[in-house]
Design a protein. Structure first.
Length: 147
């Protein structure tokens, strides 16, 4: 079901249809697909196929994060950092970035520390994770870009 959302979102053999992508992702998310839960949060956060809904985004990201989904943890950090649907809260943002980074989320590693020595450590770790991810994707299908 999650791949059907991807297919409609990107027009792979069908016309691009954000509403249909949202519907298929919602179905997959309701069956426990973590990637689909994350995608639902993203669609709500950016208003793709639905009006922007930061509370909905936070809800979907939390469902996935509570089950260990690191990219959702990172995006919760972004919501706190940017004050989207919640008051700006740097401490909460850093907490979520740290949880994402601890689980290997390269993007979360960039937000973890303002201390120069710690930041360099996390930047190097993020660069290594991104390099490994790119190498893995090169050897896989085009769907690796959706993960």
């Amino acid at each position: 079901m999650g791949y059907l959302g991807y297919i409609y979102r990107h027009g792979l053999g069908v016309r691009v249809d954000d509403a249909a992508a949202w519907d298929w992702d919602r179905r997959a998310a309701s069956h426990g697909n973590l990637g689909a839960m994350h995608q639902m949060g993203y669609l709500d956060e950016y208003g793709l196929g639905v009006p922007i809904d930061y509370a909905g985004a936070m809800s979907w990201y939390r469902k996935a994060a509570d089950l260990g989904h690191a990219p959702s943890m990172n995006n919760i950090g972004n919501l706190y950092h940017d004050g989207h649907g919640v008051p700006v809260d740097e401490a909460a943002a850093m907490k979520w970035y740290q949880m994402a980074a601890d689980r290997g989320e390269a993007v979360g590693m960039y937000g973890v520390s303002k201390d120069r020595t710690k930041a360099i450590f996390w930047y190097r770790k993020a660069a290594a994770a991104i390099s490994a991810s790119i190498s893995r994707c090169v050897s896989l299908t085009p769907f690796c870009l959706a993960s």
